[in-house]
Write a new protein. Structure first.
Length: 313
């Protein structure tokens, strides 16, 4: 028999590995930092060439994101008097007045409703299906699991037209319910496969002991399996939310007004003479916040989740 010895990495190896990780993290986060910086630039600074790294920060992009503006003549500005708020001053320096709120918050709310709604529904259905595949003798189990996984391999554009025609026939075009059901259907395969891996690693003896103590199968599921599977549920929820939150193709095709989410709306923000890049960057920055908070809250579960960590025998 041969024996293997594990040697502790040397100080130099640790330093090299740490340096590579830091460099990779900086390269990865650089585009995000540039977007955040652009959101605080003026429109002229945002399109300056060569790009400006140092600039006078302004909240003009955020004001333009949350408001609609109209050009005013000098006479109109005199009649309105001095601006009373900081955002009025930002708008009036370019000869505009605020006409009303923009539709960004409406689109952002749609993203919250559809993203979190589909995530909750996906977790509920995925947990039940994963438990059935893990604990019961399901006919043609392997074939069914492969079929479920195959739906994830299909590119969205391949089914875009059939789904559009189906939604139009059912009256689900541009509705919250339609988008929640669609994102749930797309994410369900991922949820089933991830959650099945976690439930497989929960010793079945725990449930058997609960059944001997007089629990029903449903009680054993809620009181024994679910608490042990919370790590997997949390990590699966993060992946499902990220997909539903960032999805663009179906949102463009199936929504236009009532249920339109933020991803199709943000690129359409137009300023004076073209794209309002600071407002677009401001929208992208704010759009990151909910998923970032959700991931930070569940970060302890995420590392164990992606390594399929659970209770082991």
């Amino acid at each position: 028999m041969s024996s293997f010895s594990v040697t502790e990495p040397s100080g130099r190896q640790k330093w090299v590995a740490g340096t590579l990780v830091v460099v990779y993290a900086l390269i990865t986060i650089l585009p995000l930092l540039w977007i955040i910086a652009t959101s605080f630039k003026s429109p002229s600074d945002a399109i300056a060439y060569p790009p400006k790294t140092f600039f006078q920060p302004t909240l003009e992009g955020y004001v333009n994101l949350f408001t609609t503006r109209t050009r005013a003549t000098e006479q109109d500005l005199k009649e309105l008097g001095e601006p009373t708020t900081w955002y009025d001053r930002i708008v009036r320096k370019d000869g505009f007045v605020i006409a009303g709120p923009s539709r960004f918050m409406e689109r952002f709310s749609n993203s919250m409703i559809i993203g979190f709604g589909s995530t909750v529904l996906c977790i509920v259905l995925g947990t039940a299906a994963a438990y059935a595949f893990s604990r019961f003798k399901v006919p043609l189990k392997d074939d069914l699991l492969f079929f479920i996984l195959s739906t994830r391999m299909m590119p969205p554009i391949a089914v875009a037209i059939p789904i559009f025609l189906m939604f139009r026939s059912l009256g689900l075009n541009d509705t919250h319910a339609g988008m929640i059901l669609l994102y749930t259907a797309v994410n369900l395969s991922l949820a089933v496969w991830l959650l099945k891996g976690f439930i497989d690693e929960i010793p079945i003896e725990y449930e058997e002991a609960a059944l001997i103590d007089g629990y029903t199968r449903l009680q054993a599921f809620y009181k024994v399996v679910l608490p042990q599977a919370m790590t997997g549920i949390a990590s699966t929820a993060i992946f499902c939310l990220i997909f539903a939150w960032n999805e663009y193709a179906f949102a463009v095709l199936l929504t236009s007004g009532t249920a339109q989410t933020a991803p199709p709306f943000i690129p359409t923000i137009i300023g004076v003479g073209g794209q309002d890049w600071p407002a677009v960057a401001a929208g992208a920055t704010l759009f990151l916040v909910p998923v970032m908070i959700f991931t930070i809250v569940l970060r302890k579960h995420l590392l164990r989740g992606i390594t399929f960590g659970a209770v082991r025998k």
